[in-house]
Ligand binder design. Structure first.
Ligand SMILES: NC(=O)c1ccc[n+]([C@@H]2O[C@H](COP(=O)([O-])OP(=O)(O)OC[C@H]3O[C@@H](n4cnc5c(N)ncnc54)[C@H](OP(=O)(O)O)[C@@H]3O)[C@@H](O)[C@H]2O)c1
Length: 217
């Protein structure tokens, strides 16, 4: 298995290099994570913008991203998930998407009050570890509010999923890029989505009720 990284950091794969993808990519690069990015073919804009926005990132076809990334972050509009084939994914999948009209258009019909999108994806790919994270803060907030581990008043970013090992690995990534991770089981993932109490809120560790936190950091 070709895990990672010249510097022992997980290889971070970004699917989508818009506002959220590049914001996460910049934080990851600052924390010395190697980066690979995949975008839709045929848009020459990325050949111009990516070397400036994410100079350490390698632009690769999706199949290579799926095969090589240790943590693959879905940072594309949610309706596009329906046509993405994750069957070749080797690593952990982080679903950072929302049913958010401004970036995602009208609500995805796969999103119902009883099954959030990550659960729907997990049902499609039961063999994968799929984590909901990085979706509940705006990209400008992620860029502006990253702080070193231990900094007072550090903002939290939640990591929701049922595979404890995958959750813990994503939590380590969240910590490294500047946020206190809060691990939740998948039943609480909807709290992070539009309409959920944590969506768009600036929460610190003490703001999370102890009875919903799966692992304390
Ligand atoms: N913006 C935020 O602050 C923020 C924060 C948290 C979560 N989110 C969520 O993150 C997701 C992305 O938001 P965004 O603001 O980054 O959107 P964005 O700026 O519009 O970027 C979307 C990216 O996804 C790519 N893409 C679109 N359809 C694709 C497909 N079928 N296959 C591969 N790539 C595709 C786009 O490429 P093209 O240029 O080729 O279209 C673009 O690189 C959304 O679900 C949003 O709700 C956003």
């Amino acid at each position: 298995m070709n895990t990672t990284a010249q510097n022992d950091r997980d290889l971070i794969g970004l699917l989508g290099a818009g506002k959220l993808g590049t914001a996460i990519g910049r934080l990851a690069a600052e924390a010395s994570f190697p980066l690979a990015v995949s975008v839709r073919p045929g848009n020459p804009l990325y050949d111009l913008t990516l070397p400036t926005l994410l100079p350490t990132a390698r632009l690769v076809p999706f199949e290579e991203l799926a095969r090589t990334a240790d943590i693959l972050i879905l940072a594309l509009p949610q309706p596009a998930l329906a046509s993405i084939d994750l069957s070749g994914v080797r690593g952990i999948v982080v679903d950072a998407t929302n049913a958010w009209k401004a970036t995602d258009g009208a609500s995805d019909t796969s999103t119902t009050p009883t099954q959030n999108t990550t659960a729907a994806l997990q049902a499609r790919y039961p063999e994968l570890a799929i984590i909901k994270s990085l979706n509940h803060a705006g990209y400008t907030e992620l860029s502006a509010e990253a702080r070193p581990h231990g900094a007072p008043g550090r903002r939290t970013v939640a990591v929701a999923g049922d595979d404890a090992a995958a959750r813990s690995r994503v939590a380590a990534f969240i910590d490294a890029i500047g946020f206190d991770p809060v691990e939740l089981s998948s039943e609480h993932a909807a709290l992070l989505e539009p309409g959920g109490v944590a969506f768009g809120q600036r929460l610190e560790l003490a703001d999370w009720p102890a009875n919903i936190v799966a692992t304390r950091h």
